[in-house]
Design a protein around this ligand. Structure first.
Ligand SMILES: Nc1nc2c(c(=O)[nH]1)N[C@H]1C(S)=C(S)[C@@H](COP(=O)(O)OP(=O)(O)OC[C@H]3O[C@@H](n4cnc5c(=O)[nH]c(N)nc54)[C@H](O)[C@@H]3O)O[C@H]1N2
Ligand SMILES: Nc1nc2c(c(=O)[nH]1)N[C@H]1C(S)=C(S)[C@@H](COP(=O)(O)OP(=O)(O)OC[C@H]3O[C@@H](n4cnc5c(=O)[nH]c(N)nc54)[C@H](O)[C@@H]3O)O[C@H]1N2
Ligand code: SF4
Ligand SMILES: [Mo]
Length: 696
């Protein structure tokens, strides 16, 4: 038996672990004793089952039967590449390169795939995998995740990315977690530090819509109605506004008076009605935030309402006005200079319009990718032009995008669909070619941590013919004529990746590790010049105004009229909030791993106990969630902490390759691609209306 250190092979969390190996089997796995931020989550403990699963793809597959029948034959890489070359070239010849798209999902979020696909171009804009041949349609799950919180909202307040705003855990006396769950972060660096700080006295304030992990461990807990956070922020602003520092407002912000005229409508009573918190709770929370220095952690919990971007903007504005921005223990402005890795890959698609660019120009401005929630229109209606082929790296599009029925129709109408994955997924039903990918246990890699970059060698040889994503991309690039930008082997990979930083390359080659320079002592209160048009903290966003959106954050309850509200609620009185992370799954993944399934057998819906009583629903009953579109069967868990008519629903089910209880439970059969945040294009995944009944 030998002990080796690696990166956990399961998700892109980069957790540093030590394993005892016996052949291909991981005999034991433990948290590393080094100072690397590390932990092992429940899924990590089952990595042996994942690595050696009988369901792993071991060889390329080529479709032999009709689409949807899942009839494939095993093939060599050469044969698979012949089919890919022929079909991609046919599309390029008949429709132009822009009609061939690529898409990267959560299975392509390891650092190397990320570096080689969302290639950071010298101008700071990513080109994407097919950019060398002139396709601008290199999309990712950024169409549904992160862009709203990470790029658009902070850019439209401070001219910064969320990565430039850091949570000063080290000095924090109070941490406010608002719409996030650090326990399931990938990477989960923050969680370890948070627990350590909690032990030495840091208080946690949590704002969530149900009794989540973070609510359970919080010192101050606030359960709000789904999607009502903007109203809460407006109410807090109104309650506290007499105390704000007028000098700060005058000198460093733009648009305060206009915003105040708006938020002054949000009395404590009105805020209470909308949010479900009582007046005393709103006052308590407001005072906690104002009287203390409080740092902030937020994420996807606020992204998926019709006013997602504006809600996150309002949160940043609140943090600025209550004196918690860029002060010790607050939310720090910590501008990072990203390491410029690969810059040699050309972008021949500059200026070519992307899918969704007209509808979502601000999304496009900040991520420079197509907004793929619009993919079905391009495939089925040729709007604005046809997409005929997709190369999909590590994503299950037929489950994770809203309105799955429509996405399935779209994917089955493609001329050519390539899926690259570790397992057979629901997308296999629409695929022409399937390519087998390795786990991180089976590939050499470089991994960047906050203070260093490290080479991690593989623990075992790849299963069957499976290959790391980057070498699969290389094979495809070779056939499409741009293989020279992709590596043949790991040495070349390092050369290409670190071509701009010879000193890092040298150290990595010689020592396998490179340490970044020690950080300088932080300078606080850097309010003098922001990268916004006015150089100030933009409460009134010039950019949003330019694109025709409300320049100040405005609450949107999701309805266009009272009539619409009335008629919807009479039929569908429950709010369906989907997708808070659970320990046993990772979006659609691991629902074929017995060890993990043992911990949670069924997809669950968490329902307020009084609602459940009225409907005759008890714990562990099977219930049906339904809308006009479809219905999904789940297991009910009752909770006294959930608000009335507010449900939390597990995502991930819906693939024929999953366990019996999960395989039909695709929650995105009920979500709507026509309901979205108009700024980001993000679907309203956390505030859809539905109804629920007990299954007889
Ligand atoms: N209703 C609802 N829908 C949602 C969400 C929600 O909260 N509610 N969440 C959204 C979010 S935040 C996201 S990010 C998207 C996620 O959407 P996806 O990216 O489609 O997420 P996964 O289901 O994790 O699919 C990843 C696939 O990659 C495969 N994979 C894993 N590792 C590798 C690898 O190394 N190489 C390759 N080639 N494949 C690999 C896995 O087996 C899996 O099939 O879903 C979104 N959809
Ligand atoms: N185990 C596991 N880990 C994962 C994933 C996984 O599928 N499984 N997915 C990964 C992905 S793709 C991502 S993007 C990250 C996401 O990382 P996070 O966003 O930190 O993850 P969530 O657990 O969804 O946390 C969001 C929290 O917001 C709450 N919330 C939902 N709606 C509202 C609301 O309207 N108001 C408020 N105040 N709170 C609300 C949810 O209940 C939940 O507790 O996690 C990653 N980590
Ligand atoms: S968070 Fe991801 S990388 Fe870390 S132990 Fe869990 S599965 Fe492994
Ligand atoms: Mo995500």
């Amino acid at each position: 038996m030998k002990t080796v250190s690696t990166v956990c092979g399961v998700c892109p969390g980069k957790c540093h672990v030590e394993c005892e190996m016996e052949g291909r089997r991981i005999k034991s796995i433990k948290k590393s004793s080094t100072e690397n931020p590390s932990m092992i989550c429940l899924r990590g403990f089952y990595s042996d089952e994942i690595l050696n699963s009988k369901d792993r793809l071991t060889t390329p597959l080529i479709r032999t039967g009709e689409k949807g029948k899942c009839e494939f034959r095993e093939a060599s890489w050469e044969e698979a590449m012949d089919v890919i070359e022929e079909n991609c070239n046919k599309i390029i010849k008949n429709y132009g390169a822009k009609s061939l798209a690529s898409h990267v999902g959560r299975g392509g979020f390891d650092e190397i795939t990320d570096d080689f696909t969302s290639i950071k171009m010298p101008d700071g804009k990513s080109g994407g995998f097919l950019s060398p041949i002139g396709s601008p349609n290199n999309g990712s799950v950024g169409s549904l995740c992160f862009t709203s919180y990470g790029l658009i909202a902070p850019q439209c307040v401070f001219g910064l990315d969320s990565e430039d705003l850091s949570c000063d855990l080290k000095n924090a006396e109070y941490l406010c977690v608002w719409g996030a769950n650090p326990k399931t972060d990938s990477p989960p660096f923050f969680y370890d530090k948070m627990i350590a700080r909690k032990k030495d006295g840091m208080k946690i304030i949590a704002i969530d819509h149900y009794d989540s992990d973070i609510i359970k461990m919080a010192d101050y807990k606030y359960i709000v109605n789904s999607g009502s956070d903007m109203a809460l922020i407006l109410g807090i602003l109104n309650y506290l506004s007499d105390k704000f520092d007028t000098d700060f407002i005058e000198k460093y912000t733009y648009g305060y008076e206009e915003f105040k005229d708006y938020f002054s409508q949000f009395s404590l009573e009105k805020t209470s009605d909308i949010t479900g918190l009582n007046v005393e709770e709103i006052k308590e929370l407001s005072n906690l935030l104002f009287d203390n220095t409080v740092t902030l952690k937020s994420y996807t919990g606020l992204e998926y309402s019709r006013c997602g971007v504006q809600t996150i903007r309002a949160l940043y504005i609140l943090w600025s006005l209550i004196g918690n921005l860029d002060v010790p223990g607050g939310l720090l402005i910590d501008k990072k200079t990203p390491l410029k890795k690969i810059t040699s890959i050309p972008n021949a698609a500059k200026g070519v319009k992307k899918i969704g660019e007209d509808e979502f120009p601000i999304f496009n401005k900040f991520i420079n990718q197509p907004q793929f929630t619009k993919l079905p229109e391009a495939i089925l209606e040729s709007k604005p032009y046809p997409i005929k082929g997709i190369i999909n790296i590590g994503s299950c599009m037929s489950i994770n995008y809203p309105n799955s029925e429509l996405f399935r129709k779209a994917l089955s109408n493609l001329d050519f669909y390539v899926v690259c994955d570790r397992f057979l997924t629901q997308d296999a039903l629409y695929a022409d070619v399937i390519l087998p990918a390795t786990t991180y246990y089976e590939q050499d890699k470089y991994v960047t941590y906050p203070d260093h970059i490290e080479i991690k060698e593989k623990l075992v040889e790849p299963l069957g013919d499976s290959l790391p994503n980057v070498f699969i991309l290389k094979k495809i690039a070779d056939r499409l004529g741009f293989g020279e930008y992709y590596p043949e082997n790991f040495d070349e990979l390092l050369e290409i990746a670190f071509q701009n930083t010879p000193e890092i390359l040298k150290e990595l080659k010689e020592k396998g590790v490179y340490y970044f320079d020690k950080k300088e002592e932080p300078v606080y209160k850097k309010y003098d010049s922001f990268d916004t048009e006015t150089s100030k903290i933009e409460i009134h966003s010039k950019l949003l105004e330019k694109y025709g959106f409300s320049p100040i954050p405005i609450y949107d309850d999701g309805f266009d009229s009272d009539e619409e509200r009335k008629s919807t609620l009479s039929k569908y009185p429950f709010v369906m909030n989907t997708g808070a992370r659970i320990d046993t799954t990772f979006r659609t993944q691991h629902l074929n791993i017995d060890g993990l399934l043992k911990h949670q057998k069924y997809p669950q819906v968490i329902i307020n106990v009084e609602d459940a009583n009225e409907l005759g629903i008890k714990d562990f009953d099977l219930v049906e969630l339904y809308t006009d579109k479809s219905q999904v069967i789940l297991q009910a868990i009752t909770s006294e902490y959930s608000n009335r008519y507010d449900l939390e629903v597990n995502v991930g089910g819906g693939s024929f390759t999953q366990d019996e209880n999960w395989k039909d439970a695709n929650i995105n059969l009920l979500t709507d691609n026509e309901l979205f945040d108009p700024i980001s294009g993000f679907p309203v995944l956390k505030k859809q209306y539905c109804n629920i009944r007990k299954v007889k």
